[in-house]
Design a protein around this ligand. Structure first.
Ligand code: MG
Length: 345
């Protein structure tokens, strides 16, 4: 199979532009994998804090191209992806780009959707959470109006005025919300006090309340909390599951963290066996990677797949949004295709 790639920048559309600080774009690399006349597409999304860039992804793909060229549609994908994984440590988004394209290619070659390919149920329409950026509290009602078509709010906390933020939102909306603390609560008793305060505020779960390495306090907090506590920064890949399974109520799976769909499916199966809850999240991603994630959404408790809503130059069509729910296209593979001419290298 033949890999080609296209570095690209997704421009943010959000009129307030506050969720992302001063950033106006996220770099991605699109992947095209061709074999025996079948074409698969993938995407690596590269928010700067994860340390991958156009250059690092292209370097990685230059190493992967000769390996991929010796495989065809009869390949064992787990074996192939293990070889790709061992090329260089980390580079998880770059690996996810290859994985998504491979999954798209193999499912299409069998005329299957990705959910068929993995033997999962067809995902029905599912409500996604949508991030409401905070910034100026006087703008909250305006922002809530802007996302009035959505059913679940995602609010980033971890600041001095957390209670004021939630109280302000609750003046205007009683929709269920998920709270992402991004490791922002550093003292366990204060964290528990906040969680108790949130208990009657229609909160579905609290994501990564404390620093990722502080697992002892996380385990204590989870055992005392009535709200589910979900690992995000503490959890990347399947190999992290043993470490976090006793410290959290569940995990946040993102394709860009876990190297893609094949590993995400393994994580889902293992996490369910452990009785862990699962949120399926995303980075800033186009409809390519988001459609791929949506294919496995029947297997998880919650989804946070709002990526395409935040960008103005989405070169793929795939999932659509209706009344706050994510709907799959009827196409095979990941269910996404380019809507403009993309000149892959
Ligand atoms: Mg998070």
């Amino acid at each position: 199979m033949q890999l080609s790639y296209l570095p690209y920048s997704l421009q943010f559309i959000h009129p307030f532009g506050l969720s992302y600080g001063t950033r106006t774009k996220t770099d991605v690399v699109f992947v095209k994998l061709e074999c025996e006349g079948v074409v698969g597409y993938g995407e690596a999304s590269l928010p700067p804090y994860l340390g991958e860039s156009h250059e690092s992804v292209i370097d990685f793909y230059k190493k992967a191209i000769p390996i991929l060229s010796s495989y065809n549609l009869d390949c064992n994908p787990n074996e192939l992806l293990a070889v790709i994984d061992e090329l260089v440590p980390n580079n998880n988004a770059a690996k996810a780009g290859i994985d998504i394209a491979l999954c798209d290619l193999l499912a299409k070659s069998r005329n299957q959707t990705v959910y068929d390919y993995f033997g999962f149920k067809k995902p029905g329409p599912k409500s996604t959470s949508v991030t409401i950026s905070i910034g100026d509290l006087n703008l909250i009602s305006q922002k809530l109006d802007e996302f009035s078509g959505f059913n679940i709010l995602k609010i980033k906390l971890g600041h001095e005025d957390d209670k004021r933020i939630i109280s302000t939102i609750r003046q205007f909306s009683d929709k269920p919300m998920v709270v992402d603390v991004n490791q922002g609560w550093t003292e366990k008793n204060k964290a528990l006090e906040m969680i108790k305060w949130l208990e009657d505020k229609n909160v579905l779960f609290v994501e990564q309340p404390m620093p990722k390495e502080n697992l002892t306090d996380m385990a204590w907090l989870t055992s005392h909390s009535t709200l589910p506590i979900i690992a995000d920064e503490s959890f990347k890949r399947l190999s992290d599951l043993d470490t976090v399974k006793n410290c959290f109520s569940g995990i946040n799976i993102k394709l860009m963290k876990c190297t893609g769909l094949f590993e995400a499916v393994k994580i889902i199966k293992a996490a369910k066996k452990e009785g862990l809850k699962i949120n399926l999240g995303c980075m800033t991603e186009s409809s390519c990677a988001i459609s791929a994630a949506a294919q496995i959404s029947s297997e998880v408790n919650w989804i946070d797949l709002d990526g395409p809503l935040l960008i103005k130059n989405n070169p793929f069509a795939g999932v659509t949004y209706n009344s706050g729910e994510v709907l799959l296209s009827n196409d095979v593979g990941i269910g996404a295709k380019p809507v403009e001419v993309l000149n892959f290298n």
